[in-house]
Design a protein around this ligand. Structure first.
Ligand SMILES: Nc1nc2c(c(=O)[nH]1)N[C@H]1C(S)=C(S)[C@@H](COP(=O)(O)O)O[C@H]1N2
Ligand SMILES: [Mo]
Length: 165
């Protein structure tokens, strides 16, 4: 009985280094994730530098887009991998760009298709000039049903923050 009680007591102890904690960023922060997340590293938010984004599951897609001629090769972390890393619990990603533009993306989009938070275009790092540093890219050629205005509007470029709601 006493043994059982101590097991219960142990289970109730706060564990300081939970697996849900994120390492702090070491380089310049390129993305802030806030809102309904369980893993944080700066107050209530999760700050990512490029290295942390590279540590997430990467994906590449070769696709036509409304923004470039012909086919482009985009690569970067899967948005689903990012949301998993921050322990997202909501149902919408409110994605905001440098210029204040924002779009609400249902989290179900990221299960339906491998949506990429692109860091590279045709092998080159995306810069603010080339719609970077981060560009939400749907794999349009792999999922032609996504090639329409609704998804173009969710294709936020120059992404700086994501609030999970
Ligand atoms: N950063 C940023 N991303 C954005 C937008 C924007 O204004 N700023 N417009 C969105 C909308 S509503 C659409 S339809 C497409 C439009 O791309 P276009 O302006 O090149 O036609 O980009 C989307 N991504
Ligand atoms: Mo749009």
């Amino acid at each position: 009985m006493f043994k059982m009680l101590s097991i219960v007591a142990l289970a109730l102890l706060p564990v300081p280094a939970m697996a849900s904690e994120l390492d702090p960023p070491e380089g310049p922060v390129v993305l802030q994730v806030t809102g309904a997340i369980t893993a944080t590293n700066q107050g209530g938010s999760a700050a990512f530098d490029r290295h942390m984004l590279e540590a997430l599951q990467q994906r590449e897609t070769i696709t036509s887009t409304p923004w470039y001629d012909g086919k482009s090769t985009f690569s970067g972390p899967l948005v689903s991998s990012l949301l998993e890393a921050v322990g997202a619990t909501g149902d919408t990603a409110h994605v905001t760009a440098i210029n204040g533009y924002s779009a609400d993306i249902p989290l179900s989009d990221f299960d339906a298709a491998p949506v990429i938070l692109a860091t590279h275009l045709d092998g080159d790092e995306l810069t603010v000039r080339s719609k970077g540093p981060l560009f939400v890219i749907y794999p349009f050629d792999e999922h032609p049903e996504l090639y329409n205005e609704a998804y173009f509007g969710r294709s936020v470029w120059q992404v700086v923050s994501i609030e999970v709601r």
